[in-house]
Design a protein around this ligand. Sequence first.
Ligand code: HEM
Ligand code: HEM
Length: 427
Amino acid sequence: MTPTTYHRASRYLHWAMAALIFYMVFLGWTLEDKDGGLFSRYQMHKSVGFLILAFTVVRIGLRLAYKAPPEIEGPKWQMAAARAVHIGFYVLMIGLPLTGWALVSTAKVPVPTLWFGVVPIPHLPLSHDLNALFHNLHGVFAKLIFYVLIPLHVGAALMHHFIHKDDTVTRMLPGLEPKPTILKSALNYRWLLPAVIVVGAFVGATFLMRGNAPVEAPVVAEAQQSTDTSTDASANLSPETAAVTDSASTSVSQAVSEESTALRTWVVNKAASHVRFTTTFNGEAIKGGFSTYTADIVFDSAQLDKSSATVVIDLASVNSGDSMRDDSLTGSDFFGVAQHPKATFKSTGFAKTGTDKYVAKGKLTLHGQTKPFDLPFTLKITGDTALMTATTKLNRLDFGVGSGEWAATDAVPADVSLDLKVSAKAK
Ligand code: HEM
Ligand code: HEM
């Protein structure tokens, strides 16, 4: 029997893919926008691109398995042009994702692809020298589909619908045959499946793109402040601690004398403390932090020889405002939390370097490697409240953080800035 419409699933895929392709072209053109979402946009572009590749394979399978309706009669050149445009679409629906994949695989610093943040997709084994070729091809393919094939295709569809008034468009529309009742079509699982897939992909993609709870805004504000803390530690006070400090300032001398009498154990107030870092990815600032850590601090400025501090950070608690990037950070390319879940700083001694200024000498264990690490910090103790702030740099390569292509510093520099703030109360 000759079909009068395209296969139901082909019709759904046609419109879903048309929407995805439009989205991809616009996403491609805004990839480089410098608004802080560079990494997510790249991951989303690659993820949706691979989804389009998978849909194309399914669509070709359906096209081969089920007969398409006969070509609409018309002038020979029009029929040939329609066929050429359709074949051109299939070539580009495969060619665009493949050149994109090749271009990513041959990049100087190939960025790993995690399909929608879940499935790792390997790079193609291609020579780096081919990068420019694939880059140009990808751009030309995108322009070809957007500026040539789509206008021709849509123009022809509109012509058929409004001028020739034939059923070219109708037979590509989902859900119109064979006049199903609303109940019947709602109960038809084949009707629902493609819709669920497409909506699911969009919802999932949008959710993943949002990343984790944003840490960026507060970090920016406080990181800027903390650059000043070397000269004025009070600039870094949160409103709560500032209030405590102000009310206690009249009795500072009393507090200081109290402070020097006993070796005190300090309990960290997490709400007013943070462990953060700043780096860049292809020039774009990345600000992140760790939410889970413990600190055992016994400190007395008059008994530095007896003071000690051990800070243990749970690296899996990293939050850089982008869940896909966090997966990459905790994976084997960076922290490798499966083998090395924690970073530990253990002090071996303290030295006073100025008013309210100290250096904690110690050892930092990160990524399974233990190295000497000195942490200069500013400390204000008023009564039983202490506020420690520190900004310093750490060379990630000293600890082997960033393996494979990440060992190069083109995309991510070796030095990572650390920004620590610890507000603690004496026990
Ligand atoms: C149907 C699928 C796709 C479409 C329509 C598409 C479209 C585009 C467009 C319009 C651009 C901007 C080109 C320019 O400014 O010259 C672009 C760039 C890019 N695409 Fe795709 N793309 C697709 C699939 C993919 C896939 C699957 C990948 C990777 C796995 C990918 C990776 C890239 C990359 C890395 C760039 C940036 C190139 C640069 O550095 O300028 N694309 N894409
Ligand atoms: C990126 C966007 C699009 C792509 C890649 C695309 C691709 C295709 C392909 C390959 C076919 C051949 C049928 C098949 O084998 O599946 C087709 C048919 C069709 N497309 Fe599109 N399409 C796009 C957008 C549109 C739009 C926006 C319209 C609406 C005006 C449209 C209307 C049609 C119609 C009416 C047919 C049936 C043609 C016939 O039966 O001869 N398409 N499309």
